[in-house]
Design a protein around this ligand. Structure first.
Ligand SMILES: Nc1ncnc2c1ncn2[C@@H]1O[C@H](COP(=O)(O)OP(=O)(O)O)[C@@H](O)[C@H]1O
Ligand SMILES: [Mg+2]
Length: 328
């Protein structure tokens, strides 16, 4: 049986966006994550991909309980952690670490890298000799030398810092890591180092990673499985290879045919889609992608929300008129 480390069951996270000005009946809620379910097996890199604002970071933060879900369940090694108190949650925190997009912002600018690393040892009460040994090993693992430990964050490059942010997350040997757009802020020339580091973590240490990205090329390179999200819902999910070869959702297809970035630091991929990007405020019944979808048909698409259905071989799609037929 598959060894599921994370199981996300029908989670919902809405943000109230009228600042409490309207009465309850007219309150405006942004459906950032809406009935999302998926599971991550031990030792795999699971990708979450979608445009900016689609709810990717919210999903990652909810799993780590940096945000509280409105409904649903999050299971960690079979335990429902969504109901645990802060105190009960403590024993799980160490096993679930996060890597952020901007490595400079994730280090204290006034502390040397070494001091930031040692602090982790203190927080988790790891003996000094043990943590020093671990730091030394990890710095070598990410292809840097111990002299970086005496430096301040601003004295290092983005690529070096991001490798150090990963090393810092690894200090406590977490079972599970959420990497939220770990290469999006980096120059293309150093992105590959970080991506290869992620792949090696999986190969060498069997590391389980939730990998968030808006870049399909990156996801294809790194992830075993992928969930494509659009305005808070999963529209397609499956093994990365299968989703690419037998793409079924028109949104996924649009992402795949998106123009490459014109400049390495350009934030968004350009997507060949018509129609305005709607927002997910007080969404109604019907497909959320309807107004931009090239396969849109009046009736079903505008009236009924497509459910995420299994079409075989671990491939799921939420579309009334999916592309092609799956060859199983
Ligand atoms: N704390 C918040 N309050 C209100 N809206 C939020 C908050 N955090 C995120 N959102 C909104 O939720 C949606 C999903 O955000 P996010 O998960 O950050 O998307 P992504 O990571 O895919 O870019 C966006 O529309 C965003 O503006
Ligand atoms: Mg994000």
């Amino acid at each position: 049986m598959a060894d599921k480390i994370i199981e996300v069951r029908d989670i919902k996270k809405y943000f109230r966006v009228d600042k409490g000005k309207l009465d309850k009946a007219r309150a405006k809620y942004l459906h950032a994550v809406d009935h999302v379910s998926f599971s991550i097996e031990r030792g795999e890199i699971f990708g979450v991909i979608g445009e900016s604002g689609s709810g990717k970071s919210t999903i990652g933060r909810c799993i780590l309980r940096l945000l509280e879900i409105d409904s649903g369940e999050i299971l960690y090694n079979g335990t429902n952690i969504s109901e645990l108190s802060a105190k009960q949650m403590k024993q799980y925190r160490r096993n679930m670490q996060m890597i952020f997009q901007n490595p400079l912002a994730s280090f204290n600018p006034k502390k040397t890298i070494g001091a930031s690393f040692s602090e982790i040892g203190k927080v988790y009460k790891i003996p000094k000799a043990e943590i020093d040994k671990k730091i030394h090993e990890l710095v070598a693992y990410i292809n840097l030398t111990d002299d970086v430990l005496t430096r301040l964050p601003k004295e290092l490059s983005g690529g070096q810092l991001q490798r150090l942010a990963i090393a810092r997350a690894l200090l406590v040997q977490p079972e599970f890591i959420v990497a939220d757009e770990p290469v999006s802020a980096l120059d293309v020339s150093v992105q590959a180092q970080i991506l290869n580091l992620m792949i090696n973590l999986k190969k060498d240490k069997g590391q389980t990673i939730l990998f968030i990205s808006h870049d399909l090329t990156v996801v294809r390179h790194v992830c075993d499985k992928v969930a494509v999200v659009y305005l808070g819902v999963i529209v397609e999910m499956g093994s990365t290879e299968d989703v690419y070869k037998n793409v079924m959702h028109p949104y996924t297809q649009a992402l795949i045919s998106a123009k490459p970035k014109e400049h390495p630091l350009e934030e968004k991929e350009r997507i060949l889609l018509e129609g305005e990007v709607p927002n997910a405020i007080n969404v109604k019944e019907g497909c959320r992608f309807a107004n931009r979808c090239p396969r849109f048909k009046e009736g079903l698409c505008s009236e009924r929300t497509p459910k995420l259905k299994h079409v075989g071989g671990g491939h799921y799609v939420a579309c009334h008129y999916p592309i092609g037929q799956k060859n199983i």
